[in-house]
Design a protein around this ligand. Structure first.
Ligand code: NAG
Ligand code: NAG
Ligand code: NAG
Ligand code: NAG
Ligand code: NAG
Length: 224
């Protein structure tokens, strides 16, 4: 791990319950903060009004409330994915946005090329669902966007695409395996409103490289 651990931890302590909001392509529904640690931010079913999205040469825009974070994107090629299983094939997640780490709070916008990732079924005309996996060090957060891929589509000019900082992105090499026990959102959230709670209901532990650090931070926060 090559992050400035002390700075990272103190940063996390002040924002341990921070989140992220997907802005483009539009998510399944309005952001639900309490559900973001669960599959598709708590939205169990695909929308019928899908965003027509470029097979190649798209963008993903989001707002980050964390200063240091890791982002990846997985894709489901079934019409109505209801579980993490539906985003995997042969025991491996289908990545269209390989994990990377960057820093900065605010708006970020990344070029994506889903068609270049060699995922079976990711092609012109396909109905797919993108699920973003975001980790600011205090647990994984998820948001989904239901898309119809189109070779002739382009991102509308009206979509804002800016970066709050010019921080570089660093690829994260990771192997991620779906948790076979993960299920669709069950609405079993029993979280209380304690400000220091870092527990979340993430059904899958994505090993993005600093899970050990996240564990340390969790332990520290629990002592407060
Ligand atoms: C894609 O989904 C829409 C509804 O969201 C549906 O009307 C259409 O038939 C689907 N297309 C394919 C190729 O499955
Ligand atoms: C789908 O419809 C909902 C409800 O009208 C709307 O809020 C949302 O923006 C629409 N999504 C897209 C991608 O058009
Ligand atoms: C989605 O995953 C569930 C298991 O979690 C499975 O039962 C279902 O068949 C999958 N859907 C498709 C379309 O593969
Ligand atoms: C996709 O397949 C092509 C041709 O085999 C290969 O050159 C490319 O590196 C692959 N891309 C990824 C992301 O695996
Ligand atoms: C934002 O930063 C990323 C990573 O450096 C870069 O790939 C992307 O093009 C930038 N976006 C804009 C709108 O400049």
């Amino acid at each position: 791990m090559r992050v400035a651990t002390a700075a990272f931890i103190s940063g996390l302590l002040t924002v341990a319950s921070a989140h992220f909001q997907l802005q483009y392509p539009p998510p399944r529904g309005v952001f639900v903060e309490d559900k973001e640690p669960t599959f598709c931010d708590g939205y169990a079913t695909a929308v019928s009004n899908r965003t027509v999205f470029p097979t190649n040469g798209g963008i993903v825009s989001l707002h980050s409330e964390h200063v240091h974070w890791t982002l990846g994107g997985i894709i489901a090629t079934v019409q109505n994915p209801t579980s993490f299983d539906n985003f995997s094939s042969g025991g491996q997640f289908q990545f269209v946005m390989p994990f990377f780490q960057t820093s900065g709070e605010g708006d970020f916008c990344f070029p994506v090329d889903f068609g270049a990732q060699n995922v079976t079924g990711v092609k012109n005309g396909a109905n797919v669902t993108l699920q973003l996996i975001y980790d600011g060090g205090d647990g994984q957060l998820y948001q989904c966007a239901d898309l119809t891929l189109s070779d002739s589509a382009s991102v509308p000019q009206s979509v804002s695409c800016t970066n709050s900082t010019n921080a570089a992105t660093t690829p994260f090499s990771t192997s991620v395996n779906p948790d076979p026990t993960s299920t669709s959102p069950s609405g079993t959230s029993s979280s209380t409103s304690t400000a220091t709670s870092t527990t979340n209901a993430a059904p899958m532990n994505v090993a993005v490289g600093f899970s050990g650090l996240a564990g340390i931070v969790g332990a520290i926060v629990a002592l407060l």
